[in-house]
Design a protein around this ligand. Structure first.
Ligand code: LLP
Length: 402
């Protein structure tokens, strides 16, 4: 079990820094990193944090300190990683639907490059020939993940080069001389079923037989972390064993070994983040009770966007009678964080805690309704550190030209 911050600590932080507020726990991120490294210890594994989950530079530095790398989907994420202190060799650039110019910018920075479509592969090959080996992202035609919006490896997904297009890849190799150093798949987010990983791995290993220059297999991210009480995440120990077995069987058959890379986002940071809000309004209509809080989907979009469940607790009234509420935000749209949720009785000004808010929380926030983004605090042991100040009206108008 990962370390958790106590309700008293969180309440003190809310009182000190105000709400809405994101809080992260460095110890927990370190714990998750070590757990992952231990899971895949048998396979010379490298972990690249998918920083789209949470890019605050202080979080990136925790990963750097742990010895990890970074998976980036945009040049700006790359710039953040470089600013945090990562070497280009510790960065994978895994964009989609970007221009050749953006890939060329990535080559100027000497990053590991992951290409996810045939036309760019060909253009890249024509430009660089065999001088800049790349990884290719494959679409394995596997439906997986917690929700169709976060499934990326099925046949209708925009991601990756179809596994059925191996012939086209080979033609591009022979016409351009491009060198393929790695094969990559990422089938989705919140994948509990370990057979999905094994099936994906087997497909990739089979394909690697046709690509003798491949030395890296990248299995992406997507490990499931529990969001609900009593829910289970991916069985990491079993997955580690099965992956090791598949590699060793392959080595026996072919004599080949690979570096194994992963790019987890949620697994490293989701459970290590908390979101604190304040109850502004209690409204009891004939059909239900609403708690209106000082935040909205502009700060945590996951419930409205993916029907995601985040465990909520009332930190201010832990002994209060249990009552059922719809927890709603202050955005001028239907803006529901939780439907029919049992909480200890909520009173105006009570502090509510959303769990599992480290991944895709702050990172997907916006200034919709001209509301400002929350501040972020990092706990490093007993030390609290403000790692992003609360925004002000001046931030809102900063880029506007009057
Ligand atoms: N690698 C690639 C190529 C990805 O596209 C992603 C996530 C990851 C790794 C990391 O996946 P993770 O380990 O975090 O599941 N905003 C959604 C999740 C979208 C994930 C997009 N790609 C959510 O809040 O559920």
């Amino acid at each position: 079990m990962h370390p958790v911050l106590s309700p008293t600590t969180l309440l003190n932080i809310a009182n000190e820094y105000g709400t809405p507020l994101y809080v992260y726990d460095a110890k927990c991120i370190e714990h998750q990193y070590k757990l992952l490294a231990h899971t895949f210890r048998r396979n010379g594994t490298r972990i690249f944090y998918a920083c789209k989950a949470l890019t605050n530079i202080n979080i990136l530095r925790i990963i750097l300190k742990m010895g990890g790398g970074i998976d980036c989907v945009s040049i700006n994420e790359v710039k953040l990683a470089l600013k945090a202190g990562f070497e280009p060799s510790q960065i994978i650039f895994t964009p989609n639907s970007v221009s050749l110019e953006e890939y060329i910018e990535a080559t100027n920075l000497q990053l590991n490059i992951n290409i996810d479509n045939l036309s760019i592969l060909e253009a890249f090959g024509n430009h660089f020939g065999g001088t800049y080996p790349v990884i290719i992202r494959l679409n394995p035609h596997i439906m997986a993940g917690g929700n169709i919006k976060i499934s990326t490896g099925h046949i209708d997904s925009k991601f990756g080069i179809s596994i059925a297009q191996a012939q086209e890849i080979k033609s591009i190799i022979s016409s351009t001389g491009i060198q393929i150093k790695g094969l990559h798949i990422h089938t989705g987010s919140e994948i509990k079923d370990i057979d999905v990983y094994i099936k994906g791995l087997e497909l990739v290993l089979e394909l690697a037989k046709d690509f003798p220059t491949v030395t890296v297999i990248d299995l992406g991210g997507g490990f499931k972390v529990p969001y609900k009480k009593d829910e289970e995440g991916t069985d990491m120990e079993a997955l580690g064993e099965k992956v090791a077995e598949a590699f060793s069987k392959y080595k026996d058959e072919t004599g080949r070994t690979f570096e194994l890379w992963f790019e987890p986002g949620k697994f490293l940071v989701s459970q290590c983040g908390y979101f604190l809000v304040k109850a502004n309004v209690l409204k009891h209509s004939p059909s239900r009770s609403f708690v209106g809080v000082n935040s909205g989907f502009n700060h945590l979009i996951r419930p409205m966007f993916y029907d995601a469940y985040h465990l909520i607790t009332n930190l201010s009234n832990p002994q209060g009678d249990l009552k059922t509420y719809n927890v709603v935000g202050n955005i001028c749209e239907t803006d529901t964080f939780a439907w029919d949720r049992e909480l200890n009785e909520v009173r105006p000004n009570d502090i509510l805690l959303f769990n599992n808010a480290g991944a895709y929380g702050f990172e997907m926030s916006s200034r919709f309704n001209s509301r400002l983004r929350p501040a972020e605090v990092l706990m490093e042991g007993e030390t609290k550190k403000l790692i992003r100040r609360r925004e002000t009206f001046d931030d809102l108008i900063e880029g506007m030209i009057f």
